[in-house]
Design a protein around this ligand. Structure first.
Ligand SMILES: *Cc1c(COP(=O)(O)O)cnc(C)c1O
Length: 385
């Protein structure tokens, strides 16, 4: 087994747990995305919610990418970290008036509107400012993303998006309101999608809807297909990057754009997940009945994905090269779901060893909590050790 390259000696001096980011890998990833989209009318909006660490955001912004935000505070964070307002898209089923005002006052690129109720409020708030709000309608395409049900968002049973049958009423509302500038349609079918045929299904649906808008005399310059591209959690060393080439090629092939139409992507996980690891120390090795527990000083408070979505993370003991043996790797939090992995094969481990929980750069640090009065973990960067 290839081990990740970690500066274990340096880590020994640090308090654990902490997030460690491989900034060279992040740069490599951003370079790859830039290369794969070069010369195409493709625009990337990084989904801030995946990782909102300012160092990470500043690097991504420096590539000229836009941002996809799901709260008013994410818009403010994006602006602080160098994203231009005219590249910010704002999604979310529950935007408050205050959050909509942040978007309007900063003249963001687009509101991805998820309901008629929201459209009405947005129209009124724009009117009060003498503005027209740029809008893409988030349409629920009823496409199955074939991923965990907690991260499936594009089915009729999900809370997200506007249903197709409501579209005529939506268009009437926009015409009557007078303060909405309809520029696009938006979709986001789920996350950690590794079966790319789901995106093919999405393209078919997008083309169908584009035709329908044409029948209404409407041409939309913006098509936004959201995010969701998955990564390989099993083999972070062999496959450190998402398959951007196949992903962008698929859209190029199945979604022929019209003149002056641009295709927008909101990638989160695929950009930041591989570059992050949660570094933790073994507190105790506990012999259970038929089980050996590795009790580490990080828990679901630092990385909730295994507890929340039964997510898999590859784990390495970066202090040991002793023979491999199975452990249940668990945190100290008082919940039975506070388990990182069961029967995971690791180099034989002892108290004080450093453990790396891999591919934790997305939905890790951003989801940290203070449950059990724990402290939000710090972060360290490979280029600043
Ligand atoms: C979460 C989210 C994304 C990013 O999804 P990833 O799976 O991390 O790429 C994109 N768009 C919207 C609207 C989202 O809610």
């Amino acid at each position: 087994m290839i081990k990740g390259i970690f500066p274990t000696e340096k880590f020994k001096a640090f308090e654990t747990p902490f997030y460690y980011y491989d900034m060279a890998l992040l740069r490599d990833t951003l370079d790859t995305i830039r290369r794969e989209t070069d010369g195409k009318p493709f625009h990337i909006h990084y989904a801030i919610k995946a990782n909102a660490n300012p160092e990470i955001l500043r690097l991504i912004a420096s590539y000229g990418f836009g941002a996809d935000c799901v709260s008013g505070n994410e818009i403010l964070r994006a602006l602080e970290c160098g994203f231009s307002a005219n590249k910010i898209a704002f999604a979310g089923v529950g935007k408050t008036d205050r959050e909509i005002e942040i978007g309007l006052d900063n003249d963001i690129f687009c509101f991805n509107v998820e309901s008629m109720a929201e459209l009405e409020v947005l129209n009124d708030l724009a009117k009060a400012r003498g503005k027209k709000a740029p809008v893409a309608l988030r349409i629920n395409p009823n496409v199955d993303a074939h991923t965990h049900r907690y991260i499936t968002t594009g089915l009729n049973e999900n809370k997200f998006g506007i249903n197709e049958q409501d579209l005529p009423a939506v268009l009437r509302m926009i015409a009557d309101g007078g303060h909405i500038n309809l520029i696009g349609m938006h979709f986001h079918i789920g996350s950690q999608i590794t079966d790319l045929s789901s995106f093919e299904d999405l393209c078919v649906k997008v083309l169908e809807l584009r035709e329908w808008f044409h029948t209404q005399g409407i041409t939309l310059p913006v098509i936004n297909v959201g995010g969701g591209l998955g990564i390989n959690y099993q083999h972070p060393n062999h496959c450190p990057m998402a398959d951007f080439e196949s992903y962008f090629r698929l859209f190029d092939k199945y979604l022929k754009l019209e003149e002056d139409q641009t295709l927008h992507f909101e990638l989160g996980r695929s950009i930041v997940a591989p570059c992050g690891s949660l570094i933790t120390r073994v507190i105790f090795v506990k012999e259970g009945i038929k089980k050996r527990f590795l009790i580490v000083d990080a828990g679901m408070t630092e990385l909730i994905r295994p507890a929340l979505y039964q997510a898999f993370h590859h784990i390495e003991n970066i202090s040991s090269d002793k023979p491999l043996t199975p452990y249940d790797v668990v945190g100290p939090v008082c919940e039975s779901s506070d388990v990182f992995a069961r029967d995971f094969t690791l180099n034989e481990s002892q108290r004080g060893d450093l453990i790396a929980i891999r591919s934790a750069g997305a939905y890790g640090e951003t989801m940290a909590s203070t449950y059990n009065c724990r402290i939000i973990p710090s972060s360290r960067f490979s280029d600043k050790l």
